[in-house]
Design a protein around this ligand. Structure first.
Ligand code: XIL
Length: 478
């Protein structure tokens, strides 16, 4: 069940009452030294996946089923990555080649390989104007809408429980000025086709994160970025199920890495969705290319809800834009300068913004209802700070995401008190120092997120067993 705390309109009195209670209990907890946040030893990691995992993130690659017999290729894939996206095998023309006949053979080879290696799988993609089978390209109107929804339902149901994140809808906005929807047969079935697809996907696989994925959405100032932002904002406001935004991030001279990329990641994340860099490739070579890869990694690590990066291929020769040599390994499978920059950025970043355990994949029991309610923006609280939280709960466990916001003055540190129901326990946390595991628990800032300017916010999270807390969190500033 998904719950969101209601902001407690009587929070002033609640805060005073709780603060007293919590301080004394939390002090007891501190005395026995129950500090839950584990600082990852990121600088020990020697592969992209392991280093990203130390940050509570994944580092993935798009792969092709027909290359799984190439030992150099598979060697790199298995060694370096902890997430896989089928490059073409889950597209509509691959999974439903004739209407009503589904073919999962090639996609299954990738999914089975990934699962055998303990890797996540990103599903790509359920609804898209491109790479449609001929039968779908020829359809329109209500029959097409029904066929699209059936496709989403069938494929997401078939892979239910095996997909970390689905690109439910891909590339639905037009390039250029104005931020309009892209014209397509799907768009012509009605402007609500995107939300209809998301609802169908949620019903079919409630445990998968549902993403909207697009390109040329990296530069915060571009109309297309703004248009996608407004759609996600609208979905969150109206309760349309969406959990993540995918930025393809195919960078080249025509679509360069923008200096405001981090701002874009931050702004999407602030809507209450995860942000994933889903198809990264950066054309170029040498130090220039390496430096851009470094910037992208640093930007993602700076945003707690940027929880994964996927490169669109393994070796340059595997790339859909091979002539631009945009990937991390050369044609022979050797590590490029871009690889070294990427790995060192992952390792050099301090236990950065550790989701030390990511909120993304609550363990074995998938949530019966994935997150649909973001932390809402807390109201201004004067001096001091305020906190709101959202919960993704399933039978026997939960993940809570807490948003801390400074009041009308800057603060140098914060502490958030919460009460867990009897029988519940905190099992880990990220981006906060947790004190106490049950009953009254408290979360203090860590080194990089204590200082907040007036009105600024930050997020931390924790995971627990039992029933999720429901009372308003109490924030104390220092
Ligand atoms: C590309 C594949 O890499 C190619 O092999 C295929 O021929 C065409 O599609 N945006 C997307 C991806 O969402 O699905 C595209 O993948 C690249 C652009």
């Amino acid at each position: 069940m998904t719950k969101t705390s209601a902001w407690d309109t009587g929070r002033r009195s609640t805060r005073l009452r709780l603060r007293t209670t919590v301080v004394s209990i939390a002090a007891g907890a501190l005395a026995v030294g129950t500090i839950l946040t584990v600082a990852p030893t990121a600088n020990a990691a020697t592969t992209l996946g392991a280093s990203a995992a130390a940050h509570g993130r994944y580092f993935g690659a798009a792969i092709a089923a027909h290359k799984l017999s190439d030992s150099t290729y598979v060697g790199i894939v298995n060694r370096e990555f902890n997430s896989i996206t089928p490059e073409n095998e889950m597209k509509i023309n691959a999974t439903e080649p004739s209407q009503g006949r589904f073919d999962y053979a090639a996609a299954d080879r990738i999914v089975n390989h990934a699962r055998a290696q303990g890797m996540k799988v990103r599903g790509h993609t359920l609804a898209w104007h491109s790479q449609q089978p001929a039968w779908m390209e020829g359809m329109s109107g209500s029959p097409l809408r029904q066929a699209m929804l059936n496709h989403v339902t069938q494929v997401a149901t078939y892979y239910r429980g095996k997909i970390d994140s689905w690109d439910v809808v891909n590339e639905a906005f037009a390039d250029g000025n104005g931020g309009a929807r892209r014209d397509s047969n799907l768009q012509r079935t009605g402007n609500d086709w995107i939300e209809a697809a998301f609802r169908a996907a949620r019903a079919a696989d409630p445990g998968a994160k549902l993403c909207y994925n697009d390109y040329n959405t990296d530069n915060w100032n571009w109309d297309k970025t703004q248009a996608v932002y407004r759609m996600v904002q609208d979905f969150k406001t109206r309760g349309v199920p969406i959990d993540c935004v995918g930025l393809q991030s195919h960078f080249n001279q025509g679509s360069p890495y923008p200096s405001n990329y981090r701002t874009t990641l931050q702004n999407f994340a602030a809507l209450g969705v995860d942000v994933q860099i889903t198809e990264l490739d950066i054309e170029g070579s040498g130090a220039t290319q390496a430096n851009t890869y470094r910037n992208v990694v640093n930007d993602c690590l700076a945003v707690p809800r940027c929880n994964g990066i996927t490169v669109w291929g393994v070796r340059d020769s595997d790339s859909w834009r091979a002539s631009g040599t945009p990937l991390l390994f050369d044609n022979n499978g050797n590590k490029k300068q871009a690889y070294d920059a990427t790995l060192s950025a992952l390792n050099l970043n301090p236990p950065s913004n550790p989701p030390s355990n990511p909120p993304s994949n609550p363990p074995s029991n998938p949530p019966s209802n994935p997150p649909s309610n973001p932390p809402s923006d807390p109201p201004p609280s004067g001096a001091g700070c305020s906190a709101t939280f959202s919960v993704n709960a399933w039978t026997g466990g939960f993940v809570a995401t807490v948003k801390v916001t400074a009041g009308t003055s800057a603060i140098n540190g914060w502490s958030v008190a919460m009460n867990l129901p009897a029988g519940s326990a905190v099992t880990n946390s990220w981006s906060a120092q947790a004190s106490g595991t049950s009953g009254a628990v408290r979360f203090g800032n860590v080194s990089y997120n204590g200082r907040l300017n007036a009105g600024a916010g930050t997020e931390f999270g924790f995971q627990g067993t039992g029933t999720a807390p429901s009372g308003a969190p109490v924030c104390t500033a220092s």
